[in-house]
Design a protein around this ligand. Structure first.
Ligand SMILES: *Cc1c(COP(=O)(O)O)cnc(C)c1O
Length: 376
């Protein structure tokens, strides 16, 4: 058996849509990006959606239009993909790392509070591995302290907080369409917001700061001379990508169903094991299971890395738990002690989960895990 850690859920429908986009003669950002944005906004329950080249560029844009820049601090988790902190640096600001609740792998209002200083201007919580943070207390804290709230929702498409989808809670939120995430366009990102002025500025910012979009100019019956009110970037998604994204978005119900079924099978097989701890999903959350992790407890006879190797020897790909950004060389100047983050990054492992995965494959992974834990 050979089981990858993840696999995009793409089929002939995406191929045909991409071919149609190519044959249409319009391949850069155009009518299909607009359609994808409208459908995405409707899906998550936001007023506006703005497509970008990635979640990293989405986060950078979101920080800039929120007024974050040099001299400002932004509170982020360290237990996250490094792009979370990099986006803050790209905006000219300084990331300040908050610890997490080990039950959920997410920052909380309490852990964020400890990282707030006089220079804090924004908080960027991450819905890690698709599990929503406890958003209301964090939003209350931000309101009390006058801080901007930007959700890093890279992994959280389709997840819900208190019955409402992530992206639909009135904050600016950023999503990823990298193949490791829930749906993919190869590379790509999306920003959602309910603020019309913010949405308009985001559209300019990703388009070289230009006052008019290509599609507006193309469909106008009078000439338009564009202006450049501010310096922007080229963060545009292509219509070929959007064509794929539209089809992918339509597959969300089946993707969620499959992922949750696989996660339940993992839960059932692992929950009572004395050497393991599996994720806990709080009452408030509907989890899309972008990733499935478990913690190898110190009572285990083998280490996390030994288990990963034993599984690889049996054809099962795993990944270490989420990285701790503050332990990477490029962030070594920031000295901070985050005990729960440091423990979990060493003791957690991510297991294979993807919509095409068979329940028999989950059974095989479970067998191999239990066998490895007994073997020593
Ligand atoms: C994947 C990921 C990103 C970066 O997404 P890209 O689309 O690859 O730029 C940012 N934040 C988190 C939490 C992620 O998991």
């Amino acid at each position: 058996m050979n089981i990858p850690i993840a696999k995009p859920f793409l089929g002939p429908e995406e191929e045909e849509a991409a071919v149609r986009a190519i044959r249409s003669g319009w391949v850069s950002q155009g009518p299909l990006v607009k359609e994808f944005e409208e459908r995405f906004a409707e899906y998550v329950g936001a007023k506006y959606a703005i497509a970008t080249t990635s979640c990293t560029t989405a986060l950078h844009s979101a920080l800039v239009v929120s007024g974050i820049g040099p001299g400002d601090e932004v509170v982020v988790p360290s237990l996250s993909f490094i792009a979370t902190a990099n986006a803050v640096v790209h905006a000219g600001a300084v990331p300040v790392f908050a610890d997490i609740d080990p039950e959920t792998c997410n920052v909380t209002a309490e852990t964020i509070q400890k990282a707030i200083t006089r220079k804090t201007r924004a908080v960027m919580p991450v819905h890690q591995m698709g599990l929503p943070v406890d958003l209301d207390p964090i939003a209350d804290l931000c309101r009390e302290r006058g801080l901007k709230l930007i959700e890093d929702a890279a992994c959280a498409i389709g997840s819900e907080y208190k019955g409402k989808r992530i992206g639909g809670h009135g904050n600016i939120a950023c999503f990823s369409f990298h193949p490791r995430k829930i749906i993919t366009t190869g590379e790509g990102g999306m920003i959602t917001t309910d603020d019309s002025e913010q949405a308009a500025r985001l559209r300019r910012f990703r388009h070289h700061g230009m006052s008019v979009s290509d599609i507006e100019r193309h469909t106008a019956d009078r000439i338009i001379i564009e202006t450049y009110p501010e310096i922007g970037y080229n963060y545009r998604m292509t219509d070929i990508q959007a064509a794929i994204g539209i089809i992918q978005l339509g597959k969300m119900p089946v993707i969620l169903l499959r992922r949750r079924e696989l996660a339940r099978a993992y839960d059932k097989g692992l929950a009572d094991h004395p050497c393991l701890r599996v994720p806990r999903v709080p009452e408030y959350a509907f989890h899309n299971y972008q990733s499935y992790w478990l913690e190898i407890l110190c009572s285990s006879s083998i280490s996390r890395d030994e288990l990963m190797q034993a599984l690889l020897d049996r054809g099962i790909a795993t990944r270490r738990g989420i990285m701790a950004i503050h332990l990477e060389k490029c962030y070594e100047a920031i000295r901070v002690s985050l005990p729960d983050t440091e423990r979990l990054t060493r003791s957690a492992v991510l297991l294979p989960i993807f919509p095409d995965m068979k329940l028999e494959q989950v059974e095989y992974v479970l067998q191999c895990i239990k066998g490895s834990l007994l073997a020593v």
